[in-house]
Design a protein around this ligand. Sequence first.
Ligand code: NIG
Ligand code: FE
Length: 421
Amino acid sequence: MTLNFDTLFINANLATMDLNIETPYGTIKNGALGTKDGRIAWIGEMGNLPKYKCKKKNIRDCQGDWITPGLVDCHTHLVFGGNRAREFEQRLNGVSYEQIAKNGGGIISTVTATRDADEEILALDASDRLMDLASGGVTTVEIKSGYGLDLETEIKMLKTMRSLAAQEDVRVVTTFLGAHAIPPEYKGRSDDYIDLICNVMVPKLAKLGLADAVDGFCENIAFSPDQIRRVFETAKKYALPVKLHAEQLSNQGGAKLAAEFGALSADHLEYIDEDGVKAMAASGTVAVLLPGAFYCLKERKKPPVELFRKHGVPMALATDCNPGSSPITSPPLILNMACTLFGFTPEEALAGMTREGAKALGLGNEIGTLEIGKSADLALWTLEHPSELSYWVGRDYCQARVLGSVLINSGRNGAKYAKIY
Ligand code: NIG
Ligand code: FE
């Protein structure tokens, strides 16, 4: 039988991250990967390449470069107005993140800036940050709303995200994070704000098709488990998957609640206990760990990586790019931090931003590994070994990305590699 390829990558080392391939990183050395109609149609060793047809100009000689699944950044707040460098200064002068929030700063100062932001500027700023992520190898990004906290601004944010998807050659998954903070006009009336989320915001956004999932912030400076439960029940009514910022600054039992609702993920999790971990394992909820926020907030308590391993909870990693707790747009920096700060192995780190990140978005069957039938979302790197992705500290040197089979040159050497690929 002769296979027809739209594109064929030859002489590549493949870090498939496919658990069915029992080599570290699911590696296939000296391999080839063929695509058809945006999907991976064949993958294997060069020596086993079957008879094929492919236009000569679409055969790319990778000259020993590595191909990994395109990176998945499954937790970001990429769309926001302004920045919070002044609060960074305050924190260095001894004021805590929680105290700043209690004084009306923190998330609320970004809410003010986002409400005021001109739509075009909002999109341009976010697109700039998205380009950083893309040059670090990202092909899929999740973006949360939650800096509007009123219907109009939440819609403005979510529409901006949808428009980025069209511009930047990156898959964008949107999440409605109305329950991020109590808006100033609802101060002291947080239950009334939850009413607004449940009775007005979720129904409207579901109707507009602007949100792919619903998230919340379960914390003593944000919302209680009972309030989050109401948000989750509403999301369920509208068939929207849920996820939760849980146990970031204290243990509120948020992870258990998320697990009870079959959440896609529970995120942060520094303060989770073993019962919470067990509940996540039972429901298949992914632990999204965010070393950037841990680092920037100078946290001491680490997420219990050993317990996640013991109970088989998948661990994803993300930049958490946001103006307060993680102004970071470098995926490789996150890989390095996960290893250095949380004790991930480089292989677990890469899995965290590929296979497990995809699972955290409910896209485990579509992206995240190099497997026949999955979308041909790839990242190409000049490396000796994939451990280098975690070893270099924040060095973004992805040479090119492929999204659904379409080649997109990006990264510092884009021009040079344009000739080769
Ligand atoms: O993921 N934890 C809550 N939300 C963000 C921080 C948002 C902000 O400080 O602006 C986070 O860390
Ligand atoms: Fe977050």
